[in-house]
Design a protein around this ligand. Sequence first.
Ligand code: SAM
Length: 263
Amino acid sequence: MNNQKTIPYAKKRFGQNFLVDQSVLQRIMTSLAIKPQDFVFEIGPGRGALTKLLIADCDHLYAIELDRDLIEVLNNKFDRKSLTLFSGDVLKFNFEELEIKTENKIRVIGNLPYNISTELLFRLIPSKHLIKDLHFMLQKEVVDRLAANPGNKKYGRLTVLMQYYFDIAPLFNIDPNSFSPKPKVDSSFVRLSPKIKHEVELKNYQNFKNLVSTAFQFRRKTLRNALKSLFTEKELVHFGCDPKLRPENLSVSDYVNLSNKIK
Ligand code: SAM
């Protein structure tokens, strides 16, 4: 009888592009510099290429995987003493649940399925107080947007909301040939560290989110037109904001200042 388990084929609907290049995996581990006592949480361990290296460096690893076929593979591969594996969707995962198990802040790591990456980034904002840092492999396009400066075409809603809460450090790019199957897009590895101090303190996240979303919905319009539903031209001038500028010309602090004026 053949006892050998077959590895499930890669599923497109789960964004499965497995990392197969050992030199990239090593480069990721060097950037992470994991200490044994770190509280490490991996999103989408897949077939366990990165998981294996993480388990070697930390006392215990936590991970979440959506694909039940891969849960089986991972449970066969790794000892439960070194890995706590959650079966489910990270977009529904409550990171508060992890807090009770440790006084350490969480180091979240993942070669993310590209179809959920921006939604996941936004969902991590409310959990930022639990997070030490985030290290993600993302579509290069998304990393460019995260790290963009005002005036850049890639500067937008994702940039402003994430840059208010996190320092963004793009680390290196990864060639599509490092994955199997090969993705159609280039990838980048990025570190996001929660900001300890802000230039301007935000009063209300919902107002900030609403303002930034409204502005970038009409990014080619002037602020006078794009923000018509929130401020009159006179109010914009009064709040120190030139109504003739475009949404991409305001800095993160400009958006915070403006959103603090919303009643
Ligand atoms: N970490 C592995 C690697 O680097 O080879 C796999 C990376 S693959 C790009 C993304 C992984 O995330 C897959 O294993 C996929 O099944 C899993 N995944 C997809 N959607 C998910 C979700 N919503 N929650 C948790 N895991 C998810």
